[in-house]
Ligand binder design. Structure first.
Ligand SMILES: Cc1cc2nc3c(=O)[nH]c(=O)nc-3n(C[C@H](O)[C@H](O)[C@H](O)COP(=O)(O)OP(=O)(O)OC[C@H]3O[C@@H](n4cnc5c(N)ncnc54)[C@H](O)[C@@H]3O)c2cc1C
Length: 246
């Protein structure tokens, strides 16, 4: 959860719920006037009047999935069967939750001479959506490559949007990979298998001195950091965020 120091507290109203992949929902909230964040940061959301609570309590951290230029604040999550998530799904549109933040240091480096390479596992895509949508809206020249791993296309939030964004931004490349494409009812012509050194080098030829960003469930983040270090990447050039709770 966020540090108590320089954060601010807001009450924000739910505007819309939308399925963005199988078992995965996005929630859009009214953006409070004056709320400023950098793509990659997260907020703590607290249910103020839940009809049920479990041992994990009424607060969860969520990366902001929307870009600063977009009109609303969006978060997205896997709908597991916990009291917090049941409540998020059934609370009436127009209800308020408490938001604290923004928190977090996983923000894009400013040196545009150094490309950004994003490695996302599943719901770990949320901070990267904010970064790449923001870069496209800003017409940023910053080179970016997004690697995005899921079991099947139907499990991959924002898949079509992130793929199509390549048409708006010549400095951005998207590489999706599916680890269980045979179980899909959608056709998939992209990469298959886990994110690994061979897949990275296939797409990163000619990309000089990138900074790597890795976000996803803790096990995936640990495995990918080891993979990058074994491939000779300097620790300083690897930035990670673990979605504790998965
Ligand atoms: C900086 C940061 C950013 C984050 N950003 C996001 C984000 O953008 N989107 C997002 O979805 N999450 C994000 N998370 C994780 C999020 O805060 C929650 O922890 C997560 O969504 C799990 O919440 P829950 O209510 O499903 O489980 P919790 O009630 O929090 O339960 C947590 C524990 O119970 C176990 N558990 C609960 N349900 C199940 C189940 N069905 N199967 C197996 N194990 C289970 C979990 O393994 C975990 O150990 C972020 C976390 C951090 C720290």
């Amino acid at each position: 959860m966020g540090e108590a120091m320089n954060d601010q507290e807001y009450s924000i109203r739910l505007i819309e719920r939308q399925m963005v992949a199988e078992g995965t929902m996005a929630f859009s909230f009214e953006k409070p006037a004056g709320f400023v964040f950098a793509p990659g940061q997260f907020v703590d959301l607290t249910l103020t009047e839940p009809s049920e609570t479990d041992a994990a309590g009424n607060t969860r951290a969520f990366s902001i999935a929307s870009a600063p230029q977009e009109p609303t604040l969006m978060v997205a999550t896997r709908l597991r069967d916990t009291a917090f998530k049941r409540e998020l799904q059934r609370m009436p549109i127009g209800s308020s939750v408490r938001m604290e933040g923004p928190f977090g240091k996983l923000v894009l480096h400013t040196d545009q001479a150094r490309p950004a390479v994003f490695l996302a596992g599943g719901i770990g895509i949320t901070p990267f959506r904010s970064m790449v949508v923001g870069a496209a809206l800003q017409r940023s020249p910053h080179p970016m490559v997004l690697f995005y791993s899921n079991r099947r296309p139907e499990d991959a939030p924002f898949l079509d949007e992130l793929q199509a964004l390549q048409e708006n931004n010549p400095h951005y490349r998207f590489v999706g990979t599916m680890t269980e494409p045979a179980k899909s009812s959608r056709s998939w012509t992209g990469e298959t298998g886990y994110l690994n050194a061979a897949l990275l080098s296939k797409y990163l030829a000619g990309i000089e001195k990138p900074i790597y960003y890795v976000v996803g469930p803790p096990g995936m983040v640990v495995a990918l950091r080891t993979m990058l270090k074994d491939a000779g990447i300097d620790d300083h050039d690897i930035r990670t965020e673990k979605f504790a709770g998965y």
